[in-house]
Design a protein around this ligand. Structure first.
Ligand SMILES: N[C@@H](CCC(=O)N[C@@H](CS)C(=O)NCC(=O)O)C(=O)O
Length: 213
């Protein structure tokens, strides 16, 4: 498989963790997002959305959208499972994941931050304030839910990492670039540390990727 991705992309971090947890090898192809390499014709032919990650399979098929790819991996390589087997807990795991993937990430994506700069006159400080606002808006209720839920354990859904942990881990890495104060989020911070202690997560972290600078 070929993973089309970028070291700092949090959606790519999610997928790298999933591939590592499943023990699946992949070739790493990097697209420097700030140079718009994701808009090159070769990549657009694979994913017309021009967003990473995309996963190219051995038969040439290309999957895109990180959560869809991760669920496909989970269906085709079920061990270890990335979603709980109980339907109620599955819904809860997906809900935590979507809080990050649907409520934080799209508002803080590179193209949105670039548009704030180019069309709305935002400087670096304003862009960072915007980024932190949308993290805090969702991390505040997520922290409360995780702190109070009976199934919260070492990880979001108990003692093994599942889909929301992948999203949480990737988002906290992203937060570091914008100086998000993590003090109000002790449960999220604790889960991040538990993830980072696992090789599958640590090997997916931005600083250790081949294109990191
Ligand atoms: N919902 C998509 C989002 C993918 C996405 O937006 N990826 C970012 C990197 S994290 C990207 O390619 N950004 C390029 C840009 O904003 O121009 C997913 O989960 O795969």
């Amino acid at each position: 498989m070929i993973l089309h991705n970028y070291f700092r992309s949090s959606t790519s971090v999610r997928l790298r963790v999933a591939l590592n947890l499943k023990g699946l090898a992949y070739d790493y192809v990097s697209y420097a997002l700030q140079k718009q390499e994701q808009s090159a014709p070769d990549f657009l032919a694979r994913n017309p959305q021009g967003l990473v990650p995309a996963l190219e399979l051995e038969d040439g098929a290309v999957l895109h959208q990180s959560l869809a790819i991760i669920e496909w991996l989970d269906e085709t390589h079920p061990d270890p499972a990335l979603l709980p087997s109980d339907p109620m807990l599955r819904a809860k795991a997906r809900a935590y994941a979507y809080m990050i993937a649907c409520e934080i990430h799209p508002l803080n994506n590179l193209r949105v931050l670039n548009t704030l700069r180019s069309e709305f006159g935002a400087d670096d400080a304003a862009v960072a304030a915007w980024f932190r606002k949308w993290v805090e808006t969702t991390f505040t209720p997520l922290e409360k839910m995780l702190a109070e839920a009976p199934e919260t354990g070492t990880f979001c859904m108990g003692e093994t990492p599942t889909l929301p942990d992948l999203c949480l881990y990737a988002q906290v890495w992203n937060n570091k670039r914008f100086q998000v104060d993590m003090a109000p989020f002790p449960t999220i911070s604790r889960i991040f540390d538990a993830c980072d202690a696992l090789e599958a997560f640590a090997k997916a972290a931005p600083p250790v990727q081949p294109d990191a600078f």
